[in-house]
Write a protein that binds this ligand. Structure first.
Ligand code: SAH
Ligand code: SF4
Ligand code: F3S
Length: 470
């Protein structure tokens, strides 16, 4: 369980003050405030970690920079779930070498999941000597101390912990959106799906105390937040490690009753742990979106077994049917991996079969990526790239056709849409999200932003709906 440790908090606060003082002195010399730029790779949890890091940097006297080239501190919050996420980081680091030659005073900071791997640290030490500070996923909250050391001494500082600390920061995250916020309900993962690196770089499951979560949501609501996204690698096992019998279903019901919060979303929900209690909470609570992100990964029971997912094709289909029956109009979205070791054409056809039968509103599809250290990396019969790619394209076609059909059914209907922003390409349009997270564009002006509106859907494409205010 994570908690706020007053002593450690006081220690970090000392460093926050110390860095702030350095920055104030610098401001007199430079004639401007120092700035920080954060680039986030990876999932929503990483994105939320970046919001917390930015909160800490604000407390230390930095301003946010939108421009990597001009920032005084450049932070890459990295991801290692697939090889291409890592390659993007290395590519960018190559570019930073040049930037650092032009501006030797900048500080280059690396953190996040990639940093929890020894091989990555060795490679950086060898090939990217210009990096100033490295820390991992378990010690984000000591950024003030690390940054102070980095600013007052030379050389590369590396501080990566192997496990978590019973500690949470009180720092307020700097949100990307005014009306939407992410809230961690648990950290880590115990599932060890055979392809996945996350349990190795994020540690075991730790649920946050319910009172801390509720307080955070109340504070966000008081700050004008309308939509809350509850985050965890497997939110359905929330509370398993707590002593007082908390469950995710119970937590959902309590958050539903918090004044001001009008939309509650959550991710990710592992099918093996999705309880009836959670399904009923979604059904019964008005503010919880009728939407479940339910990663399938594969439709073949044989592959699911090799993936260590602990459900079969039939279990999954049964669950999807139950969701649709209990929650009328429920949207189901998913993640699918193509080309897992030994996947045959028959296995792949099973995946297509599930796709056809469930009718997903959105799906994130991935080519299997071999992750060193996971059991799947040692499995025989890795699927040739061209075979996997061909399957991937077929899957995408079927998914997109299905998504279009679902969107088409909404034409003529009036749905609730949360107005989020002025459309980037056409200023006369407002862009929002339907309950199932589908993008909706409609005529309107910026005074509508932050409101939930009834929109009549007039037209649809595969990736968005068009509508008018009803
Ligand atoms: N905890 C979440 C997933 C986190 S990772 C869950 O269980 O659903 C997000 C997605 O990345 C996964 O759902 C999976 O589809 C994909 N993924 C994870 N490891 C992968 C790998 N080695 N290759 C390709 N895709 C992977
Ligand atoms: Fe990875 Fe599986 Fe855990 Fe999700 S549940 S983070 S896919 S190990
Ligand atoms: Fe990537 Fe770490 Fe998230 S590996 S997907 S950023 S938990």
């Amino acid at each position: 369980m994570s908690k706020i440790d007053k002593n450690k908090l006081a220690e970090q606060k000392k460093y926050i003050t110390a860095v702030k003082e350095l920055n104030q002195a610098n401001k007199q010399v430079l004639g401007r405030q120092k700035t920080a730029y954060i680039s986030t790779f990876g999932c929503q949890m990483n994105a939320h970690d970046s919001e917390i890091l930015l909160g800490l940097l604000f407390e230390m006297g930095y301003a946010a920079s939108e421009n990597e080239k001009e920032a005084d501190i450049i932070i890459y919050n990295t991801c290692c779930v697939r090889e291409n996420a890592e390659n993007r980081v290395y590519g960018n680091l190559g570019y930073l070498k040049k930037l650092k030659q032009e501006r030797p005073d900048i500080k280059i900071v690396l953190c996040g999941c990639m940093m929890q791997q020894d091989t990555v640290i060795s490679k950086i030490k060898e090939s990217y000597r210009n990096v100033d500070l490295i820390f991992g996923t378990f010690n984000m909250h000591v950024l003030p101390e690390l940054l102070y050391t980095c600013l007052t001494s030379g050389g590369m500082i590396i501080d990566v912990w192997e496990s978590h600390d019973e500690f949470e920061t009180e720092t307020v995250a700097v949100r990307q959106h005014k009306y939407k916020a992410s809230v961690n309900i648990m950290y880590g993962c115990n599932n060890f799906c055979s392809y996945c690196i996350v349990p190795y770089v994020r540690g075991r499951e730790r649920s946050r105390r319910k009172a801390d979560i509720i307080n955070e949501v109340k504070e966000l609501a008081a700050d004008g937040v309308i939509e809350i996204m509850l985050l965890g690698q497997n939110v359905n096992s929330y509370g398993n490690d707590l002593v007082n019998g908390e469950t995710f279903g119970g937590l959902l019901r309590e958050i539903n009753s918090i004044q001001g919060v009008k939309r509650i979303r959550f991710m990710t929900s592992h099918p093996k742990d999705l309880s009836d209690e959670v399904i009923y909470a979604i059904r019964d609570c008005d503010n919880i979106c009728n939407h479940i992100h339910l990663p399938l990964q594969s439709g073949s029971s044989r592959v699911l077994e090799l993936m260590n997912r602990k459900y079969s094709k039939d279990d999954y289909l049964y669950l999807a049917d139950k969701i649709k029956k209990e929650i009328p109009g429920a949207a189901i979205t998913t993640d699918i991996i193509v080309g897992f070791p030994s996947e045959t054409e028959e296995d792949f056809l099973e995946t297509l079969d599930v796709v056809k039968r469930v009718g997903y509103s959105t799906a994130y599809t991935f080519l299997y990526s071999k992750r060193t250290g996971t059991p799947a990396a040692n499995m025989d019969e890795q699927v040739p790239e061209d075979v996997a790619k061909e399957r991937f394209n077929r899957l995408l076609k079927m998914l997109n056709d299905g998504i279009y059909e679902i969107n088409k059914q909404l034409v003529g209907e009036t749905i609730e849409v949360f107005a989020e922003e002025v459309n980037e390409k056409d200023e006369t349009l407002i862009t929002g999200r339907a309950y199932n997270n589908t993008t909706v564009h409609f005529k309107g002006d910026s005074s509508l932003i932050g409101k939930i509106l009834n929109i009549k859907v007039t037209d649809c494409k595969t990736f968005y709906l068009m509508g008018v205010i009803a």
